[in-house]
Design a protein. Structure first.
Length: 386
């Protein structure tokens, strides 16, 4: 039997993960700034997550939300302190794309409108709805016709907001574009977008599947911008490594949703509830957002200082521990050199090395990553390194 995988092989067989590290079958340790596409933000096998999952395994693994269970109540209590402002309702799913799908369904149901607006360089997932609002043509075109109407606007261009009209159900925004190249939204753009969407009765969806849950230095990335979205989607980090995603909405929206509007076999299962409970406790007890803010600033400064002399480096950018090194050349060589030097990273957009570091990264880890990045960029420029 052969496994279908749509990702190119990295040529490593991983046998173990712990905190910010993974080990291969030859016993070599890697600093994991790939983190399973950012899932392992709370580290691999975070002890609290392992404790909760093990306890849940001994109790019950599966139970639909039609039946009550204590672990879900515990989860609701733990996540209540972390909820996006004004959003008292959560619906649990299993992957980021499912959360986006539900956000789109909700937007159509609530507004009675059809159209979605997304941004150039956006990434929202690979199922038919979320794919329709994902910018990269290579992902979209083989599967057309997708849902419509959809319009992609220039990201961070206030002028573009003139194109919003009363036919639009929702605008889907990544406060920091992840797959598209680690591009933070500009504060004035987000403010203008919020004003214009509010004025026209358009729902604003903050897609925080990648940026959310502490990674950018706040619990939710929209909190950097002094606005409130209408719907928030979360995933990746919120289960501490367990597959789970969430849609948050305020009462004003939840009240208009009813039985049959959506459903999911696995969503909200006890294992996922246990994982989210543990992850929420870790976030609060370890003051994860604060750590991400401080460490992210340090890491970005170290990268900027170390890369200042390289002509191929266009920019080091990001927010908290969501960091990109944007090159004028293809980043493939640099990512390979980083890996050979014990650091796993991933590509974003066409030209960016992306670091999605677990929050427990140390200064020593950063030095290793910065040194490996220097080597990677040097080789990209055709310079010999030792
Ligand atoms: C912003 C954003 N939305 C949605 C998704 C889709 O998540 P998943 O791969 O879990 O379906 C991703 C994945 O990278 C993402 O970055």
């Amino acid at each position: 039997m052969k496994l279908i995988t749509f990702y190119g092989s990295r040529g490593l067989r991983i046998v173990k993960g712990e905190n910010q590290y993974v080990w291969d079958d030859k016993g070599r340790r890697y600093l994991d700034l790939h983190a399973g596409h950012g899932v392992a933000f709370l580290g691999h096998r975070n002890p609290k997550v392992v404790e909760y999952l093990k306890r849940q395994l001994d109790t019950i693994i599966t139970l639909t939300t039609a039946f009550d269970i204590d672990i879900r109540d515990e989860m609701l209590k733990e996540i209540d302190d972390l909820k996006p402002e004004g959003m008292d309702n959560i619906f649990l799913l299993n992957s980021g794309t499912e959360a986006v799908e539900l956000a789109m369904k909700i937007a159509r149901k609530i507004t009675g409108r059809k159209k979605f607006i997304a941004f150039k360089n956006s990434f929202h997932g690979r199922t038919m709805g979320s794919l329709s609002i994902t910018w990269n043509k290579k992902y979209r075109e083989p599967f057309e016709p997708l849902i419509s109407p959809i319009e992609f606007l220039e990201f961070n261009q206030i002028d573009e907001l003139k194109k919003l009209d009363d036919s639009v159900a929702a605008v889907i925004l990544e406060p920091v574009q992840g797959e598209g190249g680690v591009i933070p939204a500009k504060p004035e753009f987000v403010k203008a977008l919020r004003e214009e969407t509010e004025r026209r009765g358009i729902l604003l969806v903050s897609d925080e599947v990648q940026a959310g849950f502490g990674r950018t230095g706040k619990v939710w990335a929209y909190q950097h911008y002094g606005i409130r979205p209408d719907i928030l989607t979360a995933g990746k980090a919120i289960g501490g490594g367990f597959p789970v995603s969430a849609v948050f909405v305020p009462d004003s929206i939840a009240e208009k949703l009813g039985e049959g509007d959506h459903g999911t076999t696995y969503g909200g299962n006890p294992m996922a509830a246990a994982a989210v409970t543990a992850a929420s406790r870790v976030l609060k007890e370890d003051k994860v957002p604060e750590q991400a803010k401080v460490k992210g600033e340090t890491f970005m400064k170290m990268l900027r200082d170390a890369l200042v002399d390289f002509k191929s480096v266009r920019e080091v950018r990001g927010l908290g521990l969501m960091i990109g090194v944007d090159l004028r050349l293809n980043p493939g060589t640099a990512i390979k050199v980083l890996q050979d030097n014990g650091v796993l990273s991933l590509k974003a957009g066409v030209s960016t090395i992306r670091f999605l570091s677990p929050y427990m990264i140390t200064n020593q880890d950063m030095e290793l990553a910065v040194d490996a990045t220097r080597k990677g960029v040097a080789e990209t420029e055709g310079k010999k390194t030792s």
